[in-house]
Design a protein around this ligand. Structure first.
Ligand code: UT7
Length: 331
């Protein structure tokens, strides 16, 4: 039986570090509030002309180097982002052009914080059917151009950060390794609880000075409600993939969760009875990088030796949509 394995990973975050103290000078917030409520200490902001495709390119080149692979070996590109370089076409084709990969399909997916898990589910299906053999799966986000740096936008401005990470995925015949299970979910009844109302093709025109003036292009979030759902759906997603693959919580060596809030990750660990050192958290350094957060955390966890070959690794995410999901991988 063919399974999908992670051949390598790579990540890139912009050079500019923005501390909580720096944000204090832009809006009515405090380092103490941000740390206590979210665990975030600093985040990265992309340079003026740096887009998601630029960051994804560097992350991909690092992943390719780690795999000892050439760019021409990639036969499919999947990009997960909620902050595309342009309204259309998707970021995938800009990434393809910048990498110099010719004539491979570029699929853009819009599943926000669960984007990497949705992308993994698609890539896993493609690889298992033999459709593609070397899939580049990237999560990349530039939030710094969408947030509002004033007290009006502080509830989201302090949380989100920029960054990208890539995974190269391919088939393995080793039945004990690779992706063991992926499950994704959505509930559109909650779409407006975390969203950017504009630009909106449902309105004519789809963007106007009034819309910008009314703050419709910035993220809007009902934080407490999102929190409440996240702490139930994230552990449920993890339990689901464990059950599908025939494992239990005790079998897990590491969980790499979407990094939305340190309190959410700790709450998930506590609820599952998972020791703190089996829940990887790096939100302190990057904030919430949405579709990039799981692959960034995965890359760092592997680099720090937190995941070894043969380990059972769980992913879990929850976010805008609402969307959520989990994955189980034998590393
Ligand atoms: O990745 C996608 C999924 N996203 C999430 O999972 C995020 C889920 N939500 C959360 O993580 C938390 O709800 C937040 C970190 C966003 C907020 O924490 P909270 O403990 O739920 O705070 P709150 O929204 O209930 O706000 C508490 C107070 C409010 O003031 P009042 O109404 O009590 O006077 C806010 O106006 O904190 C105020 N506030 C701030 N104060 C200082 C909101 N943002 C800020 C800020 N600095 N940046």
């Amino acid at each position: 039986m063919v399974r999908t394995e992670f051949i390598s990973t790579g990540m890139y975050v912009p050079e500019r570090v923005v501390t909580n103290h720096e944000l204090e000078g832009m809006m009515d917030t405090s380092d103490e509030w941000i740390r206590q409520r979210s665990g975030i200490e600093e985040r990265r902001w992309a340079a003026e002309d740096e887009g998601g495709s630029d960051m994804a390119k560097v992350a991909t080149e690092r992943a390719l180097e780690a795999a000892g692979m050439g760019v021409d070996e990639i036969d499919c590109i999947i990009v997960a982002t909620l902050s595309p370089d342009h309204f259309f076409p998707g970021t995938g084709v800009f990434l393809q052009r910048k990498l110099g990969v010719k004539d491979v399909p570029c699929l853009d997916i819009r599943n926000q914080c669960t984007g990497f898990i949705y992308g993994l589910e698609i890539a896993d299906a493609f690889i298992k059917t033999g459709q593609y053999r070397r899939i580049l799966l990237v999560g990349t986000e530039v939030h710094s151009s969408g947030i509002i740096l004033s007290t009006e936008g502080r509830d989201t401005a302090v949380l989100f950060g920029d960054g990208a990470a890539a995974a190269i995925l391919g088939p393995t015949d080793d039945a004990d390794r690779g992706v063991l299970a992926v499950r994704t979910h959505a509930d559109g009844r909650h779409a407006e609880k975390l969203w950017a109302p504009a630009p909106a093709c449902i309105s004519k025109p789809f963007i106007s000075a009034e819309m910008i003036e009314a703050g419709l292009t910035r993220p809007h979030m009902e934080g407490r409600d999102v929190f409440k759902h996240a702490v139930t759906k994230m552990p449920a997603a993890l339990k689901e993939v464990l059950e599908v693959a025939g494992y239990s919580i005790d079998d897990l060596d590491m969980v790499v969760p979407h990094q939305a809030n340190m309190r959410i990750a700790q709450g998930v660990a506590k609820g599952l009875g998972l020791p703190d050192d089996k829940m990887y958290i790096n939100i302190q350094r990057y904030g919430n990088t949405t579709a990039a957060s799981i692959p960034i955390a995965l890359h760092e966890c592997v680099a720090e030796g937190g995941i070894q070959r043969g380990d059972l690794v769980g992913f879990t995410a929850f976010g805008s949509g609402f969307t959520w999901g989990g994955a189980l991988v034998r590393w």
